[in-house]
Design a protein around this ligand. Sequence first.
Ligand code: MV4
Length: 502
Amino acid sequence: MFKKILVANRGESAVRVLRACREMEIPGVAIYSDPDRSNLHVRYADEAYRVGPAPARDSYLRMDTILEIAKKCGADAIHPGYGFLSENPEFARLCATSGVVFIGPSPEAIRSMGDKVEARKLMEAAGVSVVPGVTSELDDEAAIKEIKRIGLPVMVKAAAGGGGKGMRLVTEESQIASALRGARSEAQSAFGNPAIYIERALQRARHIEVQVLGDKHGNLIHVGERDCSIQRRHQKVIEECPAPGLSDDLRKRIHAEGVKAAKAVDYEGAGTVEFLLDQSGEFYFLEMNTRIQVEHAITERTTGIDLVKAQIRIAAGEPLWIKQEDVVLRGVALECRIYAEDPFNNFMPSPGVITVFREPGGAGVRLDSGVYDGFKVPMEYDPMVAKLIAHGGNREEAIERCTRALREFTIKGIRTSIPFHLRVMKNPTFIKGDVDTTFIEREFLSKGLSEERTHDEVALVTACVAAFRRDQAKALELASGRNGGEDSPWKIAGRQAALRRI
Ligand code: MV4
């Protein structure tokens, strides 16, 4: 096992990994950028080193500095967490050549899955179903011909993209030429690679992803699926494990395809195979994420498997200790990602100081966060402040517990998405489990979101009215007396009324 692990990440992600290190009695090392000096992950770690100034490219993305720190402190492994360098094949390669274990898959698996065109081709060759489409370089004329064959609407995607970046929907033939041109130039400027590909656009599909675990000895299993359809602008908002409403047969087939996809790249470690499930029940490979994901905790809750510890054990060369038939999912887990943003003002970022942070708890509740009372939510990084994971024996209980925990959760000083999550929890379409990737748009954004008067506000107005009445009553009481001089109650009441108008 490793002597010491450096965690090349920040916030909640770094805290999650450091907790696994602590349980395994492996010293954990944090790195921090200047504004993160007193961040929770720094306090939690056994050692911490400055990596650079605020911008990620000068700190959490500095491969050379991070490897230097690893050498200096004697870390023999690096865990990249999620985001930052977690899906950077060059970093995985550099770790290997520097004699430090990268806790994740091989550079080759990261690279081939990072190129979405190559991933599509690999999957097709392995017999995994992919969305009908074309990946070859085409001029406009040839592209138009192909698009007619595939059938409108189509999606134009960047080969180097992923996660929805640089993606365009084409619904009419007349848009094709400009969509291709736009997508190519966007792909060039965003990824430095103008390659694009075209797929038939699936409408109102669900995002279902299969969590896999593979070791260095050829064993590869799935540990169930998640539904991550509830998202806004490609940012996941609520995830659920297992995906609601799938037949046993469909579920089994998706699991099998997830395993087949991961085996095709000899996958090692924890990974996720994403599928789009359309309304007719057909599903297609979309992408593979070659890292541990934010939403891994709901799988941990339903399977009882600690996925981060699994990653570490696999990276250290241990064979998988669980067999496929031993993986049993119990109940339902939901995750709400709490962001520092105002759901009633178009989800505007709401950075600032968290003055009160009171976490929920109790049966079936897990809270993973990187913040605390007095924490300043920085502008520079991801606005997620906490993940609330609620588990129940069934979906109904998971929703009840999630609702209860969201109500217990108090965050003051900044706006958060907690009230939005509460709306989702009582939304009839969500309660039916009838979700797809357009859920938020259809159920909320198209209808407009307005704030409910909170108890606090009602209490404040009530107190003002009560104070006003009391003052008036007092003034009238005094007025009924004899005093008419300088202390005339009429004058006092008049002065008070004038003051109130300020
Ligand atoms: C699609 C699609 C429909 N048809 N591809 C968005 C993120 C990236 N992983 C791929 N995405 C999509 N690809 C075809 N051929 C719809 C989406 C999509 C989506 C996918 C998963 C979760 C949320 C989404 C929201 C909008 C669009």
